[in-house]
Design a protein around this ligand. Structure first.
Ligand code: IMP
Ligand code: MG
Length: 204
């Protein structure tokens, strides 16, 4: 069976139900202001391994360039990279999306660009979460215009209910409900990135 087909099937099974098993219990305390753990440390590790396997299969014989979107994707990317068995390179972009703290406007400014040209490269954008999809849409258009051999997306988290634009996403870790989440790289006001799990921010 082709890897992408298998992955889509896996992705469909990874719609998140809150973690409740003994093994899922967080090893670090859940800080005040942080609510339910949606994706446990164990589930993250297992899914990152599956994504790495699928990417290794799909990119056999090629050397993909992973483009991490700062800062949130760094944590996911560093774990993902170590599960990829083909030669792989990494570069980073930083973008600022105008809008409120929890809503992006689609107007994006590049704060830090790639170090290398990507013409002819197999580029894989690595994101922490795709919410409205507006930031990613901008990135795909921008990087797509630079003539890569291929351009795909790997996002750890996906919020299908929030999507405002159609985007082809080849690799999705987990579909999550319409909640603002923190941990494993994701922040609220720059905090909580260090939590080893993904949890919903408590509503006030
Ligand atoms: P989009 O443009 O609406 O898809 O949002 C893109 C960016 O907003 C993401 O890359 C994150 O940086 C941020 N974001 C969206 N949802 C969340 C969340 O639940 N927690 C933390 N950051 C988020
Ligand atoms: Mg991001």
């Amino acid at each position: 069976m082709r890897a992408e087909v298998r992955l889509q099937q896996v992705a469909a099974q990874h719609t998140v139900a809150p973690a409740h098993g003994e093994a899922d219990r967080p090893k670090v305390p859940v800080p005040p202001g942080v609510g339910e753990v949606l994706v446990s440390e164990q589930a993250l590790r297992a899914r990152v391994r599956e994504l790495g396997e699928a990417i290794s299969e799909d990119y056999e014989g090629r050397t993909p360039l992973l483009v991490g979107v700062l800062k949130g994707a760094v944590f996911f990317l560093s774990d993902l990279m170590r599960e990829i068995e083909v030669p792989v390179e990494v570069d980073f972009m930083a973008v600022a999306s105008y809008g409120s703290a929890t809503d992006s406007s689609g107007v994006v400014r590049i704060l830090k660009d790639l170090e290398e040209a990507i013409e002819g490269r197999d580029v894989l954008i690595v994101e922490d979460v795709v919410d409205s999809g507006l930031t990613l849409q901008y990135l795909m258009r921008n990087l797509g215009s630079r003539g890569p051999a291929s351009l795909e997306v790997c996002t750890l988290l996906n919020k299908p209910d929030r999507r405002r634009v159609h985007l082809p996403m080849r690799y999705v870790g987990f579909d999550i409900p319409d909640e603002f989440v923190v941990g494993y790289g994701l922040d609220h006001g720059q905090r909580y990135r260090n939590l080893p799990f993904v949890a919903a921010l408590e509503r006030r």
